[in-house]
Design a binder for this molecule. Structure first.
Ligand SMILES: *Cc1c(COP(=O)(O)O)cnc(C)c1O
Length: 448
């Protein structure tokens, strides 16, 4: 008998939506308003597509986070993660709420200083700090979070050559039960590297060990990972106290709390599965309180929460350009929001709603952006009503990373507006023009 070739098994998704034995697809509820303002009217005034931020949601989120920790633990400090969203207006809302700045480059450091944040309220993370940036941060009293031994030696050299002291912490990576492990940043806990770095810092009179830092990953759904991380940092803190009689000022737990977005391919919605701030706070604070650190020496807990604070404060409103049928019968929408404006569509199934109610048949739809690129797919599959050309929709929970990782590609980037707590709207980043793109270009004489 002839041996058959192995064929990889495949799973084919059935296409629901057209009336079937299960009936007609359910309606998709419209989202007409943000903070009491009509989305359609915002588009009319500011253009489409349009990034929209809610100041009241930001303020609520950061206060929810602070409350969750401060009822469980005496000293908490939030530091806004600039790379998550460094639009100045957004940063300033966080700073008004008492957040420090957490930056990962000289550019972000400068942005924080221009936002009025003094060095001693800046946490300087990242693996790529230059000599000049280290010197400035040391002089301004920022908390320099050392990432690797070469940086430690470079900083020691900078301090020596300029007779300045630096306030430092080390970033620690560790096994927290999440794989693959993030071990490319910081000093490893398990193999003794972190302890080695601590001892070298303690032996250098110009380096002042202020704290211990970790950032275990992003969109971490298991609070237990934070419990393990906090326990390991506390163990280091207790060892430092024992050997050097030195008490660190803070334990910085980094960011990584999940937002309520749904990951691509997840079975359950993020709204149902994301842990609350209270659950994260429980895990972290109980690990520190139950450690060998004495109660009167408890360090401040610093939080660098990014996406969980800003994701649901931002949305993108857009417009349908066209409707078409694909050869396999599926409906497709072409819209004016591309993946260049919604970077996070590569890993989230964003919530997308029409801005008006629709009586038409809900059916499986592919949503494409306007770019002339095959990768420009906002949603490979969504149950969606038949929006017509010119009608509007709202993509929710887009506040994290999209305004920093966006790409100027094929089109220019549109207006970003803020709805303040009095429901007044403000442009916080104006739409780019051809001039904003070409102003940094230069044409050599022979091409003029
Ligand atoms: C990106 C980053 C954060 C914020 O992470 P989220 O997952 O958005 O909360 C915090 N700290 C450091 C060091 C980071 O690199």
């Amino acid at each position: 008998m002839e041996k058959k070739n192995f064929e990889r098994p495949t799973i084919t998704k059935l296409t629901p939506g057209i009336p079937s034995k299960h009936g007609v697809g359910i309606a998709v509820a419209p989202v007409q308003f943000i903070d009491g303002l009509k989305v359609d009217e915002l588009i009319e005034k500011y253009g489409s597509p349009l990034y929209i931020f809610s100041e009241s949601v930001i303020r609520k989120n950061v206060n929810d986070l602070k409350r969750a920790f401060s009822v469980r633990y005496p000293k908490v400090q939030v530091a806004w993660s600039y790379k998550t969203n460094y639009l100045d207006a957004i940063c300033r809302i966080f700073h008004q709420e008492g957040s420090w700045a957490e930056v990962v480059s000289g550019f972000e450091y400068e942005k924080a200083r221009l936002n009025g944040i003094p060095g001693e309220h800046i946490i300087f993370n990242g693996p790529g700090k230059t000599e000049a940036e280290l010197l400035r941060a040391a002089k301004e009293g920022a908390y320099i979070h050392i990432d690797h031994f070469d940086e430690l030696f470079l900083l020691a050299k900078v301090c020596q050559a300029n007779s300045v002291n630096a306030r430092v912490a080390i970033r620690v990576n560790m096994d927290v039960g999440i794989y693959p492990k993030w071990d490319r940043f910081g000093f490893n806990f398990e193999n003794g590297e972190a302890w080695d770095a601590i001892n070298r810092i303690m032996a250098n009179p110009q380096l002042k060990l202020m704290g211990l830092h970790t950032h275990i990953g992003t969109y971490i759904m298991t609070t237990d990972a934070y419990r393990i991380a906090a326990a390991k940092l506390s163990e280091l803190a207790a060892s430092i106290a024992q050997k050097f009689n030195h008490y660190i000022a803070y334990i910085d737990m980094g960011g990584g709390f999940a937002s309520r977005n749904t990951l691509r391919g997840a079975y359950l919605s993020g709204e149902d599965t994301t842990p609350s701030f209270d659950e994260y706070a429980d895990a972290i604070t109980s690990a520190i309180i139950n450690s060998q650190i004495k109660p009167d020496k408890l360090p401040t807990v610093i939080l660098e929460t990014g996406r969980a604070l800003i994701d649901d404060a931002g949305s993108i409103a857009g417009t349908v350009i066209a409707n078409k049928r694909l050869t396999d019968g599926r409906r497709a929408l072409i819209v004016d929001v591309g993946v260049n404006l919604l970077f996070t569509s590569f890993w989230y199934d964003h919530k997308i709603n029409p801005t008006q109610s629709h009586s038409g048949l809900v059916e499986e739809t592919v949503i494409y952006g306007p770019l002339c690129m095959n990768i420009d797919v906002l949603r490979p599959s969504i149950m969606f009503p038949p929006l017509k050309t010119g009608e509007h929709f709202l993509i929710s929970r887009t506040g994290a990373y999209n305004n920093t990782q966006w790409l100027q590609f094929i089109t220019t980037r549109p207006n970003v507006i803020l709805i303040d707590t009095n429901r007044k709207t403000h442009i916080i980043r104006k739409a780019e023009s051809i001039d904003s793109i070409v102003s940094n270009e230069n044409i050599p004489d022979h091409l003029k």
